[in-house]
Design a protein around this ligand. Structure first.
Ligand SMILES: [Zn+2]
Length: 607
């Protein structure tokens, strides 16, 4: 009996409830919606400061620190977190932490592993809710931080805000989720901030919007309300399909920051180059696939509810019907989001295009669910097609041509013994959960995912992987004679819809040619390969962007084409940059690198 008691007293709950604005303070004022979300529970110091995030409330404009919230304070615990309010900085800290944790959890679930944010001596990603005065918020890789600005709403056209009222970007669900996604993408693919073709930064932006927008569908009460209001036609719901409404209105534009809805027009992909606008094409394509799947999944419910006519009557829908439809909507949204995130492991390490992303989406989903029961994969291919997004080097948009080419049969398998993997994989696969990850992560190579730096390169695993890359360079589309770097390695565990566990080993190799960076505005020409293998070490996919021409190899032509594309894109961005004419020589030499800064990219309220 005693043991039982102590168990109940000492066991920490798995989840921590925290209150947030569902969208932002403006929407909450007009609709009255606040909600409680729960996030994974972890030991927290005041800040909050957990194992991956550290909220630091330094106000740059006033050079002062606000007292950090202690979420373990009894009074706060008893209320399930502080009540949403614009006036208490401690609530701002709580909201940033809660949405960051929720977003990270979505990534970890889909990727099947825990993500750490260690970089150059920092152990956590730093979140600064009141970093500066300005209409901006951005992720800064150098500071290893997300900086949120605050500003006065437009005095002439503030929308439903008060003229001149203070607007905090750290209180917008969408802005927090969007910026956090930038940080996670940078964590997973560190070279995706280098604008080597028009799609790279656009992918960063579009993908960050996709994650933020699909999280709207996980707020059940809100979703039900929107389904009732739109009579199940959720395309009509501003809350669901628009990004950062308060921010957009407060900057005097008379509208939300961006929307997931856009008319399909294949010419846009050929002509639009501004990263946010181009990113919106990707967002719209993914949402098309979502809506098509959602419509199909609720058809039977509508038929049942209407005696087979399919015509919903005017007036309110029956609450039971609203409830069932909202379950389908949130399930479909979660499947799309998971599919979008899971594709990450199947992306090349450098120079991504939207076409690569489509191939990664299709391959990752095919590996897990070959039959496409949900129809989502077909819907996704069709949605990309109508928006003019075609991958390079594929003969058709049939599923089998979109799946990445299988690795050559005679490719030597990864030596799982040598790189000390077999034991590790067996350990994870035997059902140890997150706590096992947490205990084991102290050992570098045992971490579920890691970035390599020069010191870690000495580890057995890294040298084993490096040796494998060198020995099999040609088959991996790597070029002998140019340094091969191991950019990352991880194991991923995913559960298929049929319950089957799929385990994969993923290695990223990178190569760079710095002699050409003077022609490319200060960034090197890069190549690289993602290798995906099963637990037996057999390589399934080699997803490559070769760096140089090799005699009689198709990779060579691809490399030359990529180089030309990178130079052309630099010329295009030069046209939109007045500093090319008026800036210093130093600026000119480094201009592509300087344009990588998200702070600059987000300037003027584009996020
Ligand atoms: Zn952004």
């Amino acid at each position: 009996m005693k043991r039982l008691e102590s168990k109940y007293i000492h066991d920490e709950p798995a989840r921590r409830p925290l209150r947030v604005y569902a969208s932002d303070p403006m929407i909450t004022r007009t609709s009255g919606d606040r909600l409680t979300i729960d996030v994974p529970n972890e030991p927290l110091a005041p800040g909050p400061q957990g194992s991956r995030f550290e909220v630091i409330d330094y106000d740059g404009a006033h050079d002062r620190f606000y007292p950090p919230v202690n979420l373990n304070d009894n009074a706060i615990l008893m209320q399930g977190g502080l009540d949403p309010t614009e006036s208490d900085p401690r609530f701002h800290q709580q909201m940033v932490y809660a949405v960051a944790m929720r977003t990270l959890e979505n990534f970890e679930r889909a990727l099947g592993r825990r993500l750490e944010f260690r970089r150059r001596g920092y152990t956590r990603l730093r979140l600064l809710p009141h970093a500066f005065h300005g209409t901006n918020a951005f992720y800064d890789p150098e500071l290893h931080a997300i900086l949120f600005g605050y500003f006065c709403a437009d005095r002439k056209d503030p929308g439903p805000n008060l003229p001149g009222q203070m607007v905090f970007t750290c209180l917008s669900h969408d802005i927090i989720a969007h910026e956090l996604t930038h940080a996670v993408v940078d964590r997973l693919r560190r070279h995706f901030l280098e604008p080597s073709n028009p799609d790279v930064l656009a992918f960063h932006e579009g993908f960050s919007d996709i994650v933020a927008l699909f999280q709207h569908f996980s707020f059940q009460a809100f979703l039900r309300d929107q389904i009732q209001k739109t009579h199940s036609d959720i395309r009509e719901s501003k809350f669901l399909v628009e990004m950062a409404q308060q921010f957009g209105h407060a900057t005097g534009t008379g509208q939300a920051l961006r929307s997931a809805i856009g008319k399909p027009d294949a010419r846009l992909y050929e002509t639009v180059t501004e990263p946010h606008e181009r990113g919106s094409i990707l967002v719209a394509a993914v949402f098309d696939a979502f809506f098509a799947t959602y419509d199909r999944r609720i058809q039977d419910l509508i038929r049942i509810a209407t005696g087979g006519t399919g015509n919903l009557p005017g007036g309110d829908l029956h609450p039971d019907l609203v409830n069932r439809i909202s379950i389908e909507a949130s399930r479909t949204a979660q499947s799309v989001l998971t599919m979008c995130i899971r594709a990450f492991d199947y992306l090349p390490p450098v120079d991504i295009t939207f076409g690569d992303y489509l191939r990664a989406l299709v391959t990752a989903d095919y590996e897990l669910s070959p039959a496409d029961e949900s129809g989502l994969r077909t819907a996704m291919i069709e949605a990309f097609r109508v928006r003019g997004i075609y991958p390079d080097n594929v003969s058709s948009l049939a599923e089998e041509s979109l799946i990445w080419q299988e690795a050559p049969k005679d490719l030597e398998p990864l030596d799982t013994d040598k790189i000390q993997l077999a034991r590790e994989v067996a350990f994870y696969a035997s059902g140890f959960g997150q706590s096992a990850f947490a205990e084991k992560k102290e050992k570098t190579w045992a971490s579920s995912d890691f970035e390599l730096d020069s010191t870690e390169l000495a580890s057995d695993l890294a040298s084993g992987l490096h040796a494998y890359g060198v020995a099999n360079a040609a088959a991996l589309d790597l070029v002998a004679g140019i340094d091969i770097a191991v950019l990352g390695f991880h194991t991923a565990f995913r559960v298929a819809p049929n319950g089957q566990l799929l385990t994969e080993l993923v290695v990223q190799y990178g190569q760079k040619d710095e002699t050409r960076s003077s022609e490319l505005g200060g960034i090197p020409f890069r190549g690289g390969t993602t290798v995906i293998a099963g637990t037996d070490g057999r390589v399934r996919y080699v997803i490559s962007k070769p760096i140089a021409s090799r005699p009689d190899a198709e990779g060579g032509k691809t490399a030359d084409k990529r180089y030309e594309r990178q130079r052309d894109y630099l010329a295009v961005t030069d046209l939109a940059d007045p500093q090319v004419t008026y800036g210093t020589d130093d600026y000119f030499r480094q201009r592509a690198r300087l344009r990588m800064k998200l702070a600059a990219l987000h300037q003027g309220g584009t996020q």
